[in-house]
Design a protein around this ligand. Structure first.
Ligand SMILES: [Zn+2]
Ligand SMILES: [Zn+2]
Length: 256
């Protein structure tokens, strides 16, 4: 009964996927404090997770994000935009993207590296940014599980800024200065993310690309176009957890 009550408004809103709705039955998901062993309804893999459906369903991160990651992989090659802000907006509107979900962890490095590639900008070693490098970024981002903003003291989309800088610099665990600069990008994104609000993967994505773009601009003199502006969110109406006036990207923020 609870499932039906919750299912109806979600389905009547639109046929888009929402993270707060279970992908199997549409019931609002539970974000628990403890992990439990769960079997994915789609692929049968057993995983531990804090996020599940009260009706007993569970969809693993791979199945949750696989279509979005295929789309990003395609974008790595086909997307012609030179603007990270525009690239993330295209992904936000693509049907494979959930409103919230770990695919946003891949989107941040993808948007930065695609913009660099399309602008013909080089990595710090003078080598071009290739489709392969963009796809490295997508894969690295996909290793950060959903919900880590609440469970691990970091945010996957903010780490996405660090991934972009690490790829640009060719950072490895054994390259001290490069590693430091990649960390600085993640720290810059997390500093923006210290807003005390409940998670929003759209807001986090905008924080992530902003931080990476600012680091590249300030430390490397690299222009990647317009940094996400205050009040520029075009997705807030689809987010039932939207913080509205408390979020810097909420559209009415800059009016008046
Ligand atoms: Zn369910
Ligand atoms: Zn699965």
């Amino acid at each position: 009964m609870r499932a039906k009550e919750q299912l109806e408004p979600i389905l009547s809103e639109s046929s888009e996927k929402h993270d707060y709705a279970c992908m199997v039955c549409g019931t609002v998901l539970t974000y628990g404090e403890r992990e439990q062993k769960l079997v994915c309804n789609y692929c049968g893999k057993e995983t531990s997770s804090q996020i599940s459906c009260p009706e007993g369903h569970f969809v693993c991160d791979d199945c949750h994000s696989s279509e979005a990651l295929v789309f990003l992989d395609r974008m790595a090659e086909s997307e012609k935009s030179t603007e990270p802000r525009e690239i993330v907006e295209i992904a936000f509107r693509h049907p494979s993207f959930s409103f919230h979900g770990p695919e946003h962890h891949s989107l941040v490095p993808a948007a930065i590296m695609i913009a660099m590639k399309n602008r013909g900008l080089k990595k710090s070693d003078g080598e071009p940014v290739t489709v392969d490098i963009v796809r490295h970024g997508i894969r690295r981002g996909s290793k950060i599980p959903g919900g880590y903003c609440g469970y691990a003291g970091t945010c996957g989309a903010c780490v996405g800024a660090g991934i972009a800088i690490a790829l640009y610099l060719g950072s490895t665990p054994k390259r001290g200065p490069q590693r430091k600069e990649a960390h600085a990008a993640t720290i810059a994104a997390l500093t923006k993310s210290e807003d005390g609000l409940v998670r929003c993967c759209k807001r986090a994505t905008l924080y992530g690309i902003s931080a990476a773009m600012e680091v590249l601009r300030d430390d490397r003199g690299m222009d990647l176009g317009e940094i996400p502006q205050l009040g520029s969110c075009g997705s807030w109406e689809k987010n039932r957890d939207c913080a509205k006036e408390d979020c810097i990207f909420y559209p009415d923020q800059t009016s008046g």
